[in-house]
Design a protein around this ligand. Structure first.
Ligand code: NAD
Length: 302
């Protein structure tokens, strides 16, 4: 039986760990929040007493942590996972973090005789609960094959995107594109409102013509055209503006370190920062429509 240490049992990690339990794996969970570990235990996993206890019988370590700083602190150092794991362990970091940290931690793991993958996800908390996540995986062919059954127990799609860091690279490129495209769709609807153009009519045209994109057809930022989109439930997330801002900041730091030119990514980061500053950080990122609609001139020109 595969024995997994799962570190980081938050909104994403908890349901992912429970899916490993359902797939018949033995899962020891570790989190700073005792309540999160209690929930895993109630679902058939085990609450580890500490890191040594979590790692004692584990051949695989999965982490789902907030950001690069936590990933470094969990893996590196004399008391970290890399130093304390059983020989030839497999590490799968599913957190969304910066590419440089992903590469540095993977190199340290490999130097110590372990295998490591960066495997960030898309699909949100709904996908985590349903086991339908998409994994973007960076690392060696051999490590990906070793991880495949575990990833498939938590997700539906596994794309091996390249060597170490390539999973994070794919994640931040995709989310930069998403952040920009959502603003574009929101601007189009804000302009349509000012022109007196019916929102459904704009949707009917753009969803079948050259303006078509996921931000419009699946996640439409105005109430009405797509009944399942967050706009129809007061912009309850979904995917928060704060999380989008985090991913755009990662994209900007990657652009800076590689010299890539991403002016729209930079502007998008500023716009979601405005949302966060206006107290909308915990709303769905598609509420950027409300920010744009609100900041237009007070007298619509008709
Ligand atoms: P979260 O804040 O709910 O969970 C993080 C968990 O890590 C918390 O329970 C926290 O107590 C724990 N933690 C922090 N430091 C720790 C440490 N040193 N040791 C043990 N536990 C520690 O966050 P989340 O929503 O589960 O997101 C996790 C990652 O997944 C993030 O990188 C996020 O960007 C990414 N992600 C989230 C979503 C989403 O919709 N929530 C979607 C895709 C990707």
């Amino acid at each position: 039986m595969t024995t997994v240490a799962f570190i980081g049992l938050g909104n994403m990690g908890r349901p992912m760990a429970l899916n490993l339990v359902r797939a018949g794996m033995s899962v020891a969970g570790l989190d700073r929040a005792p309540a999160a570990m209690a929930e895993l235990a109630a679902g058939g996993g085990r609450a580890a007493a500490d890191l040594a206890d979590a790692l004692a019988a584990a051949d695989v370590v999965v982490t789902m942590l907030p950001a690069g700083a936590q990933v470094r602190s969990v893996y590196l150092g004399a008391d970290g996972v890399i130093a304390r794991a059983r020989p030839n362990s497999l590490f799968i970091d599913c957190s969304t973090i910066d590419v440089d940290t992903a590469r540095a931690v993977a190199a340290a793991a490999e130097a110590a005789g372990h295998a490591m993958l960066d495997a960030p996800v898309s699909g949100g908390t709904g996908g985590a609960a349903a086991g339908t996540l998409t994994f973007m995986v960076g690392g060696s062919d051999a490590a990906v094959e070793r991880a495949r059954a575990i990833l498939q127990a938590m997700g539906k799609t596994v794309v091996h995107t390249g060597g170490p860091g390539a999973g994070q690279a794919a994640k931040i490129c995709n989310n930069m594109l998403l952040g920009i495209s959502m603003i574009g769709v929101a601007e189009a609807f804000a302009l349509a409102d000012r022109l007196g153009l019916d929102r459904q009519k704009l949707f009917d045209v753009s969803s079948t013509s050259s303006g078509q994109c996921w931000s419009l057809t699946t996640y439409c930022p105005v109430p009405g055209p797509v009944p399942t989109s967050p706009a129809n439930r007061g912009y309850a997330p979904g995917f928060t503006a704060a999380m989008m801002l985090k991913d755009l900041a990662l994209a900007q730091s990657a652009a800076l370190s590689t010299g890539a030119s991403t002016p729209l990514g930079a502007l998008a980061a500023q716009i979601y920062q405005l949302m966060a500053s206006a107290g909308q950080g915990e709303q769905d990122f598609s509420a950027v429509f409300e920010l744009l609609a609100k900041t237009g001139a007070s007298q619509p020109q008709r």
